[in-house]
Design a protein around this ligand. Structure first.
Ligand code: ZN
Length: 131
C-alpha cells in the first residue's frame, strides 16, 4: 500500500516524504471529505508529530499538483477529496456531512455555450435528506 501511494505521489510530481504519504493515505482511507483539522487529528501521533501548518501546506501542494480536489463551502470552510472521478457533492444542512453524487462532468460541459470552455466542474448542492 505504501509503495502504491509513493508511486501515485511521484506520478503527480509530488516528492513522497513520510508525512505526505501519511496525509494521502488518510485521505484515501477516509473518503468522507475531511477538513484539515480532521486530517491533522487522524495522522498526528507521538511517533509521527506533524503540525497543522504542515497539513495545510501539504494539502495546498496536493491540490496544485492535481492529486486531490478541495471543496470550499459557502461559509468558506474547506474539505478535501482524493477521489478525482467525475462527481458532484451534496452538503446535508442537517448534519454537515458531504455526500458524493454521481454526476457526469462532460454532460455539464456539453451544455455550456460554445464560447465558454470549462476547466473544472465543482458543484455543491445544499439541502436536506428526507428519510
Ligand atoms: Zn467527493
Amino acid at each position: 500500500m505504501k509503495n502504491t501511494i509513493r508511486s501515485v505521489l511521484i506520478k503527480y510530481n509530488v516528492h513522497p516524504t513520510k508525512q505526505r504519504i501519511k496525509v494521502y493515505d488518510f485521505l484515501i482511507k477516509n473518503p468522507t471529505h475531511p477538513s484539515a483539522e480532521e486530517i491533522f487529528r487522524g495522522v498526528y501521533s507521538e511517533k509521527n508529530p506533524i503540525s497543522l501548518a504542515t497539513i495545510y501546506n501539504t494539502l495546498k501542494l496536493f491540490e496544485e499538483s492535481g492529486l486531490i480536489r478541495t471543496i470550499t463551502l459557502s461559509d468558506g470552510k474547506s474539505y478535501y477529496d482524493a477521489f478525482l472521478h467525475s462527481h458532484a457533492h451534496f452538503y446535508s444542512l442537517e448534519d454537515g456531512k458531504i455526500h458524493d453524487l454521481e454526476l457526469n462532468d462532460q454532460a455539464i460541459k456539453d451544455q455550456l455555450p460554445p464560447e465558454m470552455e470549462a476547466k473544472l466542474v465543482n458543484i455543491v448542492i445544499y439541502g436536506n435528506i428526507n428519510k
